[in-house]
Design a protein around this ligand. Structure first.
Ligand code: GAF
Length: 380
């Protein structure tokens, strides 16, 4: 059954009648990893994998949610002390609270939701969930008076204040602003953005999901961010956006070797984003691919957010003549993103499955992605 039919049916069974349907998308990022919280550039796009929700105000102060995928329900009030215990429900609770904190209106509602964004794969299913509800609450209760930028920030603040992840703005921005067939070059300091038509004739984007998620103690994502902030502080600047390699070299003796490597990666990566945008404009796919491999190396060796399985997939991509390949998203598991010529695709996928299975005892999952629209109301 299609996602939409499944949701409409479940809403009717659980709450009776119909609500309004909304969706928002997961995202890919062609290049620009861990640059968002450093005030740098990113280059993401929304994809054709979504979280969809059927929502209807219920005339009370209570929110009633049902997640089809988890087969779990949650009910909560809208005050700060009403936070639900289930992590998945806290994403929606956070969006309600952050909307209210900004002076928006939120009243009780019933909602059923489900999705096809793979979980834990680095495709930002959580941003898709946040953006779907932020968009819906704006439409249902606020006559769309809340700016789209603010919807993205509502999602980001939800992560910070209700989910314990001190993330940047990239995922929520891509999910809210995503546009069919376009990548978005976003300046995460000014929030100025530009749509780039994503035309890669004779090539396609494919994600290879290692299906591993290394749960590391001590929140390694937040620790990476702290390293960057320490170096910026030492340099007397707000963020590493304003640092050059020469600045970093000048303080090398005063910072830890680890902080040096983290900052080096960020400084190099912010330039790579601009170079990839230029290369894409020229139709120079080979340069795009080469820079993707450079990013992988940096994420693996300097930023240290890769893992054995993802490095293995990256090596296979190189051996199979894939134009560009790298770990995508926050890291510590999940997917590689691969830019593959059409005539190399079948060989690459078959080889990745066979070799990965032989080494790790399970096949990776393969997702072909199409760049698509972000948050929206679904007209029936
Ligand atoms: C995660 C975060 F949520 C983003 O803000 C970004 O930092 C990304 O990791 C790394 O580029 O997806």
């Amino acid at each position: 059954m299609e996602l939409k039919e499944k949701i409409v049916k479940a809403f009717d069974q659980r709450f009776g009648g119909k609500g309004t349907l909304y969706a928002s998308a997961g995202r890919i990022n062609l290049i620009g990893e861990h640059t968002d919280y450093n005030g740098g550039f990113v280059f993401p796009g929304a994809i054709d994998k979504v979280i969809m929700a059927d929502i209807r105000p219920n005339g009370t102060d209570t929110v009633n949610l049902y997640s089809i995928d988890l087969d779990e329900k949650s009910s909560f009030g809208l005050s700060e002390e009403d936070a639900p215990s289930q992590q998945w429900a806290r994403y929606v609770f956070g969006v309600c609270r952050e909307t209210l904190k900004r002076g928006g209106v939120v009243k009780g509602f019933d909602a059923v939701f489900a999705g096809n964004v793979p979980l834990g794969a680095g495709l930002s299913s959580s941003a898709a969930l946040e953006s779907c509800f932020a968009y819906a609450l704006n439409d249902l209760f606020n006559s769309n008076s809340i700016e789209k930028f603010e919807l993205a920030k509502i999602g980001q603040s939800t992560e910070h204040n209700y989910c314990g992840v001190n993330c940047g703005i990239m995922d929520q921005f891509a999910s809210v602003f995503g546009k069919k067939d376009c990548l978005i070059r976003l300046d995460c300091r000014s929030l100025e953005y530009e749509y780039f038509p994503f035309s890669i004739d004779g090539h396609r984007l494919v994600l290879v999901d290692s299906v591993v998620k290394h749960e590391l103690v001590d929140s390694p994502y937040n620790k990476r961010r702290q390293s960057c902030e320490r170096v910026a502080k030492r340099l007397g600047i707000d963020t590493l956006r304003d640092a050059e390699m020469a600045d970093l070299e000048a303080v090398k003796g005063d910072i830890s070797a680890e902080d040096y490597m983290r900052a080096k990666f960020v400084i190099e990566e912010k330039e790579r984003v601009l170079d990839v945008c230029d290369a894409l404009n020229r139709g120079d796919i080979d340069t795009v691919g080469r820079l993707m491999y450079e990013t992988h190396r940096g994420l693996s060796k300097d930023y240290e957010v890769s893992c054995e399985e993802l490095d293995f997939l990256n090596d296979i991509a190189r051996e199979c003549g894939v134009v560009g390949s790298r770990i995508m998203g926050g890291g510590f598991g999940g997917c590689t993103i691969n830019l593959v010529a059409d005539d190399k695709y079948d060989h690459f996928i078959a080889t990745a499955k066979e070799k990965f299975n032989a080494k790790y005892g399970h096949a990776p999952k393969i997702y072909d992605v199409i760049i698509s629209d972000g948050a929206r109301r679904i007209e029936e």
